[in-house]
Ligand binder design. Structure first.
Ligand code: SF4
Length: 240
């Protein structure tokens, strides 16, 4: 694990940057012009985001919109900086998340924190993390409650609207399918760049999957390198 997620900057060489820039161009992404337009249009993008998220949380309240309220301990809304340029979206709270009321605080969450750290990100500083479902499914099996997704998804869509990130990283197939409405296996579409309503969306593996399949960490690392590249581009553009 450590070998993939440390010293990122030393591994991001010029060949990779050139290759990835060409790759984006072939996909029809004019990343820099997209950012320029966005920056011009939003003079103070951070204004009110925190208050709007608090308001949304109040609106959700002690939600009974689906059956999952019966078994949850805490509703898990989200965590991070509302002004983040990047959002990470998982599927649902697990046992530890349910107890603490915060997403990704169990074993998978600790792995996610390491992966974020390897590209200079931190849940308390420059990312926002949320799930598709805000309440824990029984036995962590989201397949047992498919009817909950359409009921809960509007809350996530509102979070995305308020935060308006430049990049979304979907962790696993549930989040990817919920946003893109595509059913391909995550093994097939991970690392692909999609346009989600003007936001760059990159699916990658869920950290729980990586814990069960350590060999997939290498591919996840490739996906995180892309994310780091895009964030660097964003930073450069903002400093022009
Ligand atoms: S999963 Fe979503 S819709 Fe269902 S009870 Fe929890 S917050 Fe409400």
């Amino acid at each position: 694990m450590k070998s993939y997620y440390t010293n990122f900057s030393s591994k991001l060489d010029n060949d990779y940057i050139e290759f990835f820039t060409n790759y984006l161009s072939e996909l029809g992404f004019s990343f820099r012009s997209f950012l320029r337009k966005d920056i011009k249009n939003k003079k103070n993008p951070c204004e009110n985001k925190e208050k709007l998220l608090e308001k949304l949380r109040q609106e959700i309240g002690n939600c009974h919109r689906c059956e999952l309220y019966k078994t949850r301990t805490n509703l898990v809304f989200g965590v991070g900086n509302p002004c983040s340029k990047i959002m990470f979206i998982g599927e649902a709270p697990g046992e530890e998340e349910d107890l603490k009321g915060e997403p990704f605080v169990g074993k998978a969450g600790r792995l996610l924190d390491k992966m974020l750290e390897s590209i200079g990100l931190s849940r308390h500083e420059n990312v926002y993390i949320a799930n598709v479902l805000k309440s824990r499914p029984p036995d962590n099996k989201i397949s047992l409650c498919p009817e909950s997704i359409p009921k809960c998804l509007p809350f996530l869509l509102k979070q995305i609207e308020i935060i308006s990130p430049k990049i979304i990283c979907c962790l696993g197939s549930v989040a990817t399918t919920a946003l893109l409405k595509r059913n391909e296996p995550i093994t097939k579409i991970r690392g692909t760049i999609f346009d989600y309503n003007g936001i760059i969306l990159i699916p990658t593996y869920h950290p729980s999957y990586l814990l069960r399949n350590p060999l997939a960490k290498k591919e996840a690392w490739e996906d995180f390198k892309k994310i780091k590249f895009l964030l660097n581009e964003l930073e450069e553009e903002e400093n022009v």
